[in-house]
Design a protein around this ligand. Structure first.
Ligand SMILES: *Cc1c(COP(=O)(O)O)cnc(C)c1O
Length: 441
């Protein structure tokens, strides 16, 4: 039996079923689509747990005091929350909605961190009432607001400050977050970061425990991490000398890459861990700081590879000497990443994953936008209406950025393991679409 070319970007359990089709977690993908409908997002529990363990193990080997915080905006779901909790991860949220998902799955409050560049009073109140461990502050308005909310609730809240280190992580401009021209974080370069430290330390209801930055995503190069770590640790030492800041906790954010296409694979997790650990030790040594607790915040790298999107082919349009468009029953409504960031995806022909691929086609979605293309110029065997196409590495952000454009319902999501499948999010219905406007009685 020949190998599926995408085996390094598909879930680790991907293989060929007895029927010769793609299987994930011991389940034949066509059987899953027949049971749950199309399009369908399939998450592989073994891959998810294996990656959590890789993070925990890789960082523990390099830097003992590390917390792995799952950035739940990549895929906020109660079942996933439970799994990452069981694997010993902490969790980040960026909105009250993500907090609600965490609360619904009883995620331990003290293991949570609330990020985001514009948190509202209500969201902060909900977070403090839940007893959240950390809040990462992102603006001067937030310093005042949180101090106020914490005062009202009689809480002294532990906080981190999000800094912008003016470092380019060499990824898409729209996913770069630590450069000077970014809405995120207090800039060290402009002097805002220093003012923020001075102000936050002076607030009676805030306890500043550390500093954070997040460069962007996905980051395939390791150097931006060490460059930024050095710069921020130098800043931390400066703030200790000037304002008595004690750096108990430090976070270089997330951004760890995954393979979307087989010829661009990310560094091993142990390489990221080593780069970060070495840079922290070096910086602490150079600037006379005690080694802080480290937290890293992977989102994409935790759930990305575990998820696969499956679509059914409908119309096929060939424009001689130009291009063949293969339309599928999903698209930018469930995965806007290609349209938004020009993200690339591989396409696996579910019904014959190891067949020779001698045609080049463009897989388009069903939404009313010319930019609604999922994968441009991919090689496939001759495609037929009714066959299934799978997009590997669809586990992060796709469904979280999904919309109901064209009043399309969002897909069902199943979790597979050892030949069994379970629905972890049902397909939306027209009733769901109408509920928010018709149920106003
Ligand atoms: C989005 C985000 C992350 C996670 O990024 P990934 O690329 O998914 O790892 C981590 N930290 C912060 C503050 C974020 O906004």
């Amino acid at each position: 039996m020949s190998k599926i070319p995408e085996s390094e970007i598909l879930p680790i359990t991907a293989g060929v079923s007895d029927a010769g089709r793609l299987s994930i977690g011991g389940c034949d993908v066509r059987d899953l689509v027949e049971e749950y409908g199309s399009p369908l997002y399939i998450y592989d529990e073994e891959t998810l747990r294996d990656i959590c363990r890789d993070f925990v193990g890789s960082f523990a080997a390099e830097y003992e005091q590390t917390h792995i915080e799952y950035s739940s905006k990549a895929f906020a779901n109660p079942t996933v929350s439970k799994i990452v909790e069981e694997e010993g991860l902490d969790m980040d949220v960026v909105t009250g909605g993500e907090l609600a998902v965490a609360i619904a799955s009883d995620f331990p409050a003290e293991r949570m961190n609330f990020h985001g560049n514009n948190k509202g009073r209500e969201e902060l109140t909900e977070a403090l009432q839940y007893g959240i461990g950390l809040i990462t502050l992102d603006s001067f308005a937030e310093i005042d607001l949180l101090n106020d909310v914490a005062g009202e609730l009689g809480v002294k809240q532990e906080v981190m400050l999000r800094l912008s280190p003016s470092i380019d992580p060499h990824t898409h401009l729209l996913t770069s977050t630590g450069i000077l021209d970014s809405k995120f974080g207090f800039s060290i370069e402009t002097g805002d970061a220093e003012v923020a430290v001075e102000q936050a330390i002076a607030k009676e209801n805030l306890d500043v425990v550390g500093l954070h930055f997040h460069l962007g995503s996905p980051i395939f190069d390791l150097e931006p991490y060490s460059e930024a770590i050095d710069y921020v640790l130098q800043f931390a030492a400066n703030m200790r000398d000037k304002y008595g800041l004690e750096l108990k906790r430090f976070s270089p954010g997330g951004g760890f890459a995954i393979g979307y296409v087989s010829d661009t694979l990310p560094p091993a997790m142990s390489d990221y861990a080593k780069e970060i650990a070495v840079a922290i030790r070096k910086g602490c040594d150079a600037y006379g700081l005690d080694e802080p607790i480290l937290s890293v915040e992977p989102g994409r790298a935790i759930v990305g590879r575990a998820g696969v999107a499956v679509y059914t082919v409908g119309g096929i349009k060939t424009i001689p000497d130009v291009r063949t468009y293969v339309s599928v029953d999903g698209g930018m409504g469930d995965n806007i990443r290609p349209a938004l960031y020009e993200s690339e995806y591989a396409v696996v022909p579910v019904d014959r994953p190891t067949a020779t691929r001698d045609q080049t086609v463009t897989v388009a979605g069903k939404f009313c936008e010319s930019g609604d293309v999922l994968a441009r110029d991919v090689d496939l065997p001759p495609v037929e209406t009714g066959e299934l196409l799978a997009l590997p590495a669809s586990g992060a952000y796709c469904l979280m950025m999904a919309s109901n454009y064209n009043m399309q319902t969002r897909p069902a999501v199943v979790m597979v393991k050892d030949g069994e499948s379970r629905l972890i999010r049902r397909r939306e219905t027209y009733r769901d679409l109408l509920a928010s406007s018709l149920d106003l009685a």
